[in-house]
Design a protein around this ligand. Structure first.
Ligand code: SF4
Length: 172
């Protein structure tokens, strides 16, 4: 036991090195998303997120958008508690059968016009859960999808790029 404790004092951590922050790139990207939202909607962009059976990996990256480093609310991107206040329905996971009804109800509660963004490989086609008896194999099987953001999971920067693509694609 003493030997283990002693070794742990000098052993390097097993965790991967964190990516070096690129403040300027994140600020530029988030500013572009906020600007595109104001051009398209005349105000901030509101997002309601639904976990439809994900492993929580995608959630961690989405939640990171609100942490002290990214803090996207300062650029006009807000995650809202009620679907009635949302412009975008962001969905993760393969859509487990017991989340299907909840997803449908949330979709119906978002006022039109609305966009659905499927986040991660599972949301595209079930990902690692594809073929399971308990899953619907992707968000498009349940609600119409406007944009898919790939990744397992996609990083906050990739999420911001996806939102920018959504706003510029539908901004016409
Ligand atoms: S795409 Fe990857 S991180 Fe996201 S829910 Fe599926 S397995 Fe988890």
């Amino acid at each position: 036991m003493r030997k283990l404790l002693f070794e742990s004092l000098f052993r390097r951590p097993f965790t991967e090195q964190a990516p070096s922050p690129d403040d300027a790139a994140v600020t530029e990207l988030a500013t572009a998303v906020g600007r595109a939202a104001r051009r398209r909607l005349g105000r901030s962009l509101s997002i309601r997120e639904v976990d439809a059976g994900s492993c929580s990996g995608c959630e961690l990256e989405i939640h990171a958008l609100n942490n002290a480093y990214y803090d996207v609310e300062r650029f006009g991107l807000r995650f809202v508690a009620s679907p009635r206040h949302a412009d975008v329905l962001m969905v993760t996971g393969p859509v487990t059968l017991n989340m299907r009804e909840a997803l449908l109800r949330t979709y119906d509660a978002v006022p039109a016009p609305k966009w659905v963004v499927a986040v991660g490989g599972c949301a595209l086609n079930g990902g690692i859960f594809a073929g399971s008896y308990a899953c619907a194999d992707g968000v498009a099987s349940t609600v119409p999808v406007d944009l898919h953001i790939p990744g397992c999971p996609p990083s906050p920067t990739v999420l911001l790029k996806g939102l920018l693509a959504l706003l510029t694609k539908t901004g016409g």
